[in-house]
Design a protein around this ligand. Structure first.
Ligand SMILES: [Zn+2]
Length: 233
């Protein structure tokens, strides 16, 4: 029976090849979404092991972020860039969930998640979310939640104003561009909470800062931040 099963399995994968989302190569039977070579070549930052790290430093003197880290470096040729692209523009939600899970195992075992009782993804503008069909930061958050058991809250923090695509703007423009575009639905829901704010890519930190500023208006709220990738400018 085992032989027959393998034969069927091979036949199915011939018709519907399972390909690595990082490099396009065929996946082995025990591999899921990404091949082992791509998995290993993700340039991890290990920032969660060190409170003084480049992502945490982005917020110094700007707003009180308790802890901050990113899973990987977002270099031009880094594997994570390709994977995040698959998530955001090719609708490959599963990879976002899986990367969230992978990162959560490291965060959990290092104690980074200790004390955190709520996960809040950086919201997309509702129109953009409707167009894409999902919010990539929420998908990543769901993966982190799957491993940690910490609840995801997508209702308290809302994106209210529009923001243009930020890729071609200068740091100063980006800064002014995000101010006042987030709002809080229900201050009571985040009051006294230790929140993990989740983003896909952190560049200047201005989007995260704008979110944190809103969350920190609630009494006794603590905000920590993680992203899948850190893009140095
Ligand atoms: Zn691969």
């Amino acid at each position: 029976m085992g032989y027959l099963y393998d034969l069927c399995d091979d036949f199915i994968s011939l018709l519907f090849p399972r390909l690595c989302l990082g490099c396009g190569d065929h996946l082995l039977r025990n591999e899921k979404l990404i091949c082992t070579r791509c998995y290993i070549s993700i340039p991890r930052t290990n920032f969660h092991l060190k409170s003084d790290n480049p992502v945490a430093r982005l917020f110094w003197g700007r707003c009180h972020i308790e802890k901050a880290a990113a899973f990987s470096f977002y270099n031009r040729d880094s594997r994570i860039r390709k994977l995040i692209h698959q998530l955001k523009y090719k609708g490959e939600r599963e990879i976002g969930f899986e990367l969230g899970r992978i990162y959560a195992f490291s965060l959990k075992s290092s104690g980074f998640l200790d004390g955190i009782d709520l996960i809040i993804p950086v919201p997309l503008h509702p129109l953009k979310e409707r167009k894409r069909g999902f919010n990539q930061s929420e998908i990543i958050s769901r993966g982190i939640s799957d491993v940690s058991g910490i609840r995801v809250d997508v209702n308290s923090l809302k994106r209210t104003g529009a923001s243009d695509t930020q890729t071609r703007k200068s740091r100063y423009d980006r800064w002014t561009n995000v101010e006042g575009i987030f709002g809080m639905e229900d201050r009571g829901a985040v009051q006294g909470r230790h929140i993990l704010l989740v983003d896909d890519v952190i560049t200047t930190g201005s989007t995260v800062e704008a979110c944190a500023e809103v969350l920190l208006r609630a009494e006794n709220t603590v905000v920590c931040v993680v992203a899948l990738a850190f893009a140095q400018v």
